[in-house]
Design a protein around this ligand. Sequence first.
Ligand SMILES: Nc1ncnc2c1ncn2[C@@H]1O[C@H](COP(=O)(O)OP(=O)(O)OP(=O)(O)O)[C@@H](O)[C@H]1O
Ligand SMILES: [Mg+2]
Length: 305
Amino acid sequence: MRTTVHPVRIHSVGGAHRCGRRAGVVRIGWMRGIVPGEGLRLLVYRGKPTAVTGELSESPPDSRPVSGMMLHARSTGKYGKHTEHRMQAAVYVVSIDPQASTVWWANRITNLPFDFSQEHETPENLAVLKDSGARVVVIANQKGGVGKTTVTLNLGAVVADVLKGSGQLQYVFIDTPGSLQDENLLREALKYAHEVLIPMPPEPLAFDPTARTIAKVIEPTGLPYRVLVNNWDPRDGKADLEETRDYISAQGWPTLESVIRRYKVHTRASVEGRVVTQYEENRPSYKAREDFYRLAIELGYGGGR
Ligand SMILES: Nc1ncnc2c1ncn2[C@@H]1O[C@H](COP(=O)(O)OP(=O)(O)OP(=O)(O)O)[C@@H](O)[C@H]1O
Ligand SMILES: [Mg+2]
C-alpha cells in the first residue's frame, strides 16, 4: 500500500478547491479549523485524495482539526457516506474490515445518523483521529460473526441520537475484521483507540477465539477493554448466559452488565437498511432498541463528557 504525500496550499475556504492537478478537486469548506495557507498535506492513494494531515499553519482558537477521512468520504463518494445535516455529526463510524459488510449495510441506509467511511485500504489514515478530540472506540473480536458490525452501527446510532444537535464530533466507532489474517489492520486501529469493546455470543465455540484476541492483541496494548455479551436469546433460558458470565469472570475480563439480546429485527436490519433507531414501532423493536440505549448509558457515552 503506497501513499504519496503532496504539499497543499489551501486557497480559500468554503467551496470546492483545486489541490494540485494530480489530486483533483476536493471539497474542504465544511472542515472546521482549516484556514487558507500552507502546512497541510494531502495524502493521495492510488491517484485519489484520501486524507489531509499535518499542522495547521494558523487556526482559530476555538477550532480543531477534523478527520481528513471524512474529507475522503465526501470527496470520492466511493466508500464514504455522510449525514445530510449541515452540522458536524457527533458520531463517526469507520470500518476497516476488507469484507466491507458495514459499507454494504450503510449504503442501504437512506438517512444515516452518523458520518461513515471505509478505510481498510489506508488504515494509516486513522492517525488523524488522534487529533480530532473524539473518543475512539474499537469494536474487536477475531472470531467472525460475533456481532461486531451489528454493535458498531447500532451503538453508533443510539449515541448519535443522544448527541444529535451537539455540532461536534465526540465519538468514533471502528468496526474491525473478524479474521486472524487481518490482524495487522486491527493492530493499526488499536494505535489510535481509547478503548475496546469485545462482543461475544453466549456460545462455548466463541470462548477460545475471544480469549486469543484478548490475550494476544488487546491486553498487550494496555488499552481498557470490556467484553459485551451479544446475541443471547432469552427464549433459550439463562443457562447459556450464566455459563458465559462464569467463563468471563473466571478469565478476569472486565465486562458489561448490559446484554444485547437476539432479535430477528437485528438480523433483518442490514438488508432493510436500518439501524436500531429506525426500527418500526413494535414491541420486539422497542426491546431491541432498549438494549443499545442501556449499553450506551452503561458505557457513559453521550453522558455530557
Ligand atoms: N443481537 C443480535 N440479534 C440478532 N442477530 C444478530 C445479533 N447480533 C448479530 N446478529 C446477526 O449475526 C450475524 C453476524 O453479525 P455481524 O455481521 O454483526 O458479526 P461480525 O462480528 O461483524 O462478523 P464478521 O466477523 O464477519 O465481520 C449477522 O447476520 C447479524 O445480523
Ligand atoms: Mg463485521
